[in-house]
Write a protein that binds this ligand. Sequence first.
Ligand SMILES: [Zn+2]
Ligand SMILES: [Zn+2]
Ligand SMILES: [Zn+2]
Length: 328
Amino acid sequence: MAQSESTESLLESAVGTAESPVTEAFALLGDETRLAILLAIWETYDPHADDNAVPFSRILNRLDVDDPGNLRYHLEKLRGQFLRQEAAGEGYELRAPGMKLVRTVLAGAGVGDVSMDATEIDQPCLSCGAPTVISYDDGCLVWACSECAGATPEATDTAGFLSATPFPPAGLRDRSPAEIQLASIAEARQKKQRMFDGFCPDCSGAVEGRLEWCADHDGDGICEHCGKQFVAWARFQCQVCKRHDISSPKTLALFHPAVVSFYDDHGVSIRFRADDFENARQVFDRMHDHGLELVSTGPPRVAVTASMNGETICLTFDETAAVVDVRR
Ligand SMILES: [Zn+2]
Ligand SMILES: [Zn+2]
Ligand SMILES: [Zn+2]
């Protein structure tokens, strides 16, 4: 039922009717004073406080506006959708959509002005072992090898391209280039996991997965048929907002509880924080060492194998990129 309503009504509500909630929300924020009001209320917001209502007088002072009537007019417009007014009447606080909007503004602050030239980081290329570099432009962090052709040379003009990760400019603050790289990977990994778990990290919509493979794969380096290093890959797409992701089953295996406990039984944690270089490196090495094999094309099945201390675990992925079998 939800499915049949989804895309058409989204599009219709955006372009079809002037009074739709979507167009109204954008119209409400067409006045710069209103965004300033939301930011002013957010400034005093304390996530751990019981009461976050900001008095009218304080908003007036903070925005430095001369006309209280004008401020009341804008507050009234925002009330309901973005702001809640205290029962007593004089204080305003952000509702969840208002908070989400402010966070989006903060995460993207400076998009377009923030960039970083290619900088070498202490992480060797997984393919050839040469030093790698990261650069940042247009909200995207690019990781590249300084020597070899990289992971998918046909997909980009960037020499030695290894990966590109959308990353908000706010994530660059107070971090060294190596820390930026790790934080972006940690974030992308969590988003991959959410896609794999079937819901979209951007809109919480339903996600569908599908397995793709190369029928004539040449597994020695980059395949000349598919331009990829590995024989199979998984594509995920959000059915609501079209967020999409491509993942190696080698990576997806690390999200399965049977693999987590397999490693745990051998004293290895495959969890890492955004500042835990040592463990992150170990996790990447293990992921890289996973065996990946296309075991059948009808029906499509891919097996990923992890080994430690003479013991192995094998996961089988089906055509929807879901795990259908675990053997240990
Ligand atoms: Zn390389
Ligand atoms: Zn291939
Ligand atoms: Zn989505």
